[in-house]
Design a protein around this ligand. Structure first.
Ligand code: UDP
Ligand code: MG
Length: 139
């Protein structure tokens, strides 16, 4: 994946609450182009692998249960400075600390159920995008 791409998931809470359209509108309005997208559900093994970096943290079991309890929207997004601009658009991990107008401020309930994922580096964007999409499903 080129370094002008990032990876996102609209998490189960956002999908359950019917916020897919509103969040995609904000992503499009911020200038991101969707180059891959699907509605899918992560298995326990998927979530344990995707979040392996957090497997020693006290919230790990809760995080895996949350991320597997229903469908997510996975997508690869393209824009200049995609990784850092998308992290700015989503806001802080804890919505209580997120800036006004950010996706987490608008749509998230708590530090654990925070509506959306955004990759934290170009390297992880490439790894996470490849975890969910094959080359033929990426444009
Ligand atoms: N998380 C949690 N409790 C915490 C910190 C994180 O449940 O104290 C969850 C939350 O869903 C978060 C995810 O674990 O989005 C990954 O945490 P990270 O610190 O990587 O935050 P992010 O990069 O998503 O902002
Ligand atoms: Mg993270």
């Amino acid at each position: 994946m080129a370094t002008n791409r990032t990876f996102t998931m609209l998490k189960p809470d956002a999908v359950e609450k019917g916020h897919i359209g509103a969040i995609l509108d904000k992503i499009a309005a911020a200038g991101f182009k969707i180059v891959a997208m699907k509605l899918t559900q992560m298995t326990k093994a998927d979530a344990e692998t995707f979040y392996a970096i957090h497997n020693e943290r006290p919230f790990f079991g809760e995080l895996v249960a949350y991320m597997t309890r229903g469908p997510i929207v996975a997508a690869i997004l393209e824009k200049e400075n995609a990784v850092s601009d998308f992290r700015t658009l989503i806001g802080a991990t804890n919505p209580a600390d997120a800036a006004e107008g950010t996706i987490r401020k608008m749509f998230a309930d708590s530090i654990s159920e925070n509506a959306v994922h955004g990759s934290d580096s170009d390297e992880n964007a490439a790894i996470e995008g490849a975890f969910h999409f094959s080359g033929r499903d990426t444009f």
